[in-house]
Design a protein around this ligand. Sequence first.
Ligand SMILES: Nc1ncnc2c1ncn2[C@@H]1O[C@H](COP(=O)(O)OP(=O)(O)OP(=O)(O)O)[C@@H](O)[C@H]1O
Ligand SMILES: [Mg+2]
Length: 377
Amino acid sequence: MAVHQAAAPAVKVSEVSMVFGGGAPAVDRASFDLRQGKFLTILGPSGSGKTTLLRMIAGFLKPTQGEIMIGGRPVDALPPHRRSIGMVFQKLALFPHMTAAENVAFPLKMRRTDPAAIPGRVARFLDLVRLGGLGGRRIDELSGGQQQRVAIARALVFEPELLLLDEPLAALDRKLREEMQLEFRRIQKELGVTTINVTHDQREALVVSDEIIIMDGGSIRQHASPSEMYRTPASEFVARFIGVSSLIPGIARSDGLICEGVALAGTLSAGVSPGRPAHGVIRAEQIRISGSASAPAGCETVCEGAVSDVIFEGDRLLYAVYVPALSLTLQVYHHDPGSNAVYQAGDHVSLGWRGADMFVFEARSREGHQKSKEEDQ
Ligand SMILES: Nc1ncnc2c1ncn2[C@@H]1O[C@H](COP(=O)(O)OP(=O)(O)OP(=O)(O)O)[C@@H](O)[C@H]1O
Ligand SMILES: [Mg+2]
């Protein structure tokens, strides 16, 4: 009988921790598997341990605890230049006095590639990043976005098993950054190289990734596909980290939350029981808004409020609406700024949402959270 063995994951991180000095762990028992050819983004606030985790995967830092395997082999068994890992970091570290082509050729020379094969390979990768014809330019004669492309070509030219990206786009302006995000995705798909990308930018994570890991305080909070992360966040932290949302404190009930004596429709997440202090999280795009005379259709919860602020974002408006019955302000997106229904500060409006769209999580006080961490240790 044929035995079907699942292929080993391209990257396997098992219970990995990093403690610098005597402080709290920068990475705390992180575990995940990544399959060949997948694009994973590690997302999290500043200081959450993203770069530390990436540096351990690259083999630059040895974990205090745990093990990292790439292609089934422990990563620290090989010196950095013998590992099959391409890297692009925020600081590109290109050689400014060399041409684009010389920069791209560099890793091939380091790896003692047949010199006759180098020019063809360099030209192919410059074409891949759409720099064909600019190979003879010095780095300091190229724009920021073009330099970024040289760095990508240099990271990929030796056809590594794994590509690691640590916020390489952070320094670019928004438009170029968005173009380069799509470019990364195109190149990654074309070559099928397994990729781990680190970013603060939740939009980038949703757009480019097959999988997302959210980190906070050194721990992995959730590992899921972009749509799963968006639709079924595992915690209040994850729900609030992706997109613009409002928090509604109250007491959980079986079909939502009671806030200031008002019952609001919502969906209870795992671990929250009726009668317990809870937080409702509702995304700005899930709240519908209409004039005060007509309640939004199809909503289980409807409440009245007054617009306190309007931010024009081009393709949409973001309203802050004060709801007196709840004694709080909700953030509401409105996606049709060309329509007549544009409200001004002071206007009375109706807001509504469906129970499926408000997540209800157990309320954990900051002290409670701290305490449970201490108990863990
Ligand atoms: N070499 C080091 N020595 C001591 N502490 C460090 C070192 N490198 C990182 N840290 C600490 O580890 C924690 C995680 O840092 P890390 O650079 O991994 O965060 P990050 O998620 O990449 O943040 P950012 O988004 O700001 O780049 C931080 O508290 C940081 O101060
Ligand atoms: Mg970092």
